[in-house]
Design a protein around this ligand. Structure first.
Ligand SMILES: Cc1ncc(COP(=O)(O)O)c(C=O)c1O
Length: 401
């Protein structure tokens, strides 16, 4: 028998102090559901923070990983594997990109994107001084030093200064501010098509189109951080396709490996022109286990119509949340795209509601401080959505009615 209390005590003593996990130990998952060591069942609308695109223990992914683990786990980037080539080919075929760099996380994918943009300006455009990176307030790009510098939220910078030079920030969805900030010295503009951690805020369609135009006017590259929005989350394979605005560089991670750590930086041939042998590297990046996972995730998304599913189930979830917003005035706004949905709450009610929802067997988390974030697996059914809404309703009745 697992002694949950004893395990939690150990975890508190041993875990690094930057996390504050809920007092739950998960034991197994099945589809959209997780089960803890006490046998309690939860509907998982966190999905490992928008990672488990196929849910838990998906039979196709599980079989592929079992097979791969028994054959070949890792060889390094001194050599190729068929799995890596297959995923590069699938990503290039299904996106604007011409080439792919693999890494292990979103922060690393953004780090590579920033290095790619700066190197392009220096080596290809011949502009060593054109190194500025403009990003948005309330953005989130990860926790490496360049990625936190890119992150337009001062709370993530505190205590880690000096930051990486050359970054500036403009309010999201504010075109005038961007026009003023981008100029001769701008290497790239970096933006999430839908801000995730900042509170699930979709970019305005006209805004993203104009961002592209401003970049072109000043010879700056456009980087889309699709770490959270990518791989079907918003109901198109990549959010840029929904907006009809093509970046030069795109970062991916989260859903790409379906739970196996995998990040990728994709870019057009033009943007890659600055990188030569040795410009960048990652020991684990693109290993056969991770890329087999990534390729399987893309195959299952196409085979099972999961983009259409994300759109339809996302609409149902948004409609249900709007009904709750009519009944409970604590919910002030519902917004999102596909299965990336936020419900903004009054004051600091969001975290109280998220905790109450957990007690009711629904896992959700907060983003932007006051917004409930719903990022369930792309495989969810109407019944899962309805059950989640019932559990949420009970939670709100308890704490905020
Ligand atoms: C848009 C975006 N970019 C980058 C990251 C960082 O990803 P990782 O935690 O895998 O480094 C995140 C993580 O939440 C994210 O949402």
């Amino acid at each position: 028998m697992t002694d949950t209390a004893e395990l939690l005590r150990k975890a508190n003593d041993l875990n690094s102090p930057n996390y504050a996990p809920a007092p739950i130990i998960f034991d197994r998952g099945q589809g959209v559901r997780l089960f803890d060591t006490e046998g309690k069942e939860y509907l998982d609308f966190v999905a490992g923070i928008a990672v488990c695109a196929l849910g838990h223990a998906h039979p196709t992914l599980t079989d592929a990983l079992r097979d791969q683990a028994g054959r070949l786990l890792h060889v390094s980037n001194l050599f190729y594997t068929a799995e890596q080539i297959a995923l590069m080919e699938a990503l290039v075929e299904q996106s604007f990109a011409d080439r792919v760099f693999f890494c292990n996380s979103g922060a690393e994918a953004n780090e590579a994107a920033i290095k790619l943009a700066r190197r392009y300006q220096k080596v290809v455009a011949g502009r060593a001084d054109k190194s500025g990176i403009v990003t948005m307030t309330h953005s989130f790009h990860g926790r490496t030093l360049a990625a936190i510098t890119a992150t337009g939220q001062p709370k993530y910078h505190e205590g880690f200064e000096p930051l990486v030079p050359g970054f500036s920030y403009v309010p999201f969805n504010d075109l005038d501010a961007l026009r003023q900030a981008v100029g001769r010295d701008t290497a790239a503009v970096m933006v999430e098509p839908v801000q995730g951690e900042g509170g699930v805020r979709p970019a305005d369609a006209a805004y993203l189109k104009a961002v592209r135009e401003i970049c072109d006017k000043h010879g700056a590259l456009l980087i889309f951080d699709e770490v959270q929005t990518g791989v079907g989350r918003t109901g198109s394979l990549f959010a840029y396709q929904h907006y009809g605005v093509t970046p030069d560089i795109m970062s991916l991670a989260k859903g790409l490996g379906g739970g196996v750590p995998l990040g990728a930086t994709l870019a057009s041939e033009k943007a890659w022109a600055g990188w030569t042998r040795g410009s960048h590297a990652s020991t684990f990046g693109g290993n056969p286990l991770a890329t087999r996972a990534g390729h399987t995730v893309l195959e299952v998304i196409a085979r099972d119509g999961l983009l259409e599913n994300a759109r339809a189930r996302g609409e149902r979830l948004q409609a249900g949340l709007r009904r709750l917003a009519e009944r409970f005035e604590v919910i002030t706004e519902v917004r999102g795209l596909g299965l990336m949905i936020g419900a903004e709450c009054k004051g600091d009610a969001a975290s109280t509601i998220a905790t109450a929802a957990r007690d009711e067997g629904l896992l959700i988390n907060t983003a932007g401080g006051n917004t409930l974030r719903f990022v369930p697996p792309l495989i969810i059914t109407d019944a899962d959505v309805d059950e989640a809404l019932e559990r949420l309703e009970r939670a709100i009745e308890k704490v905020a009615s």
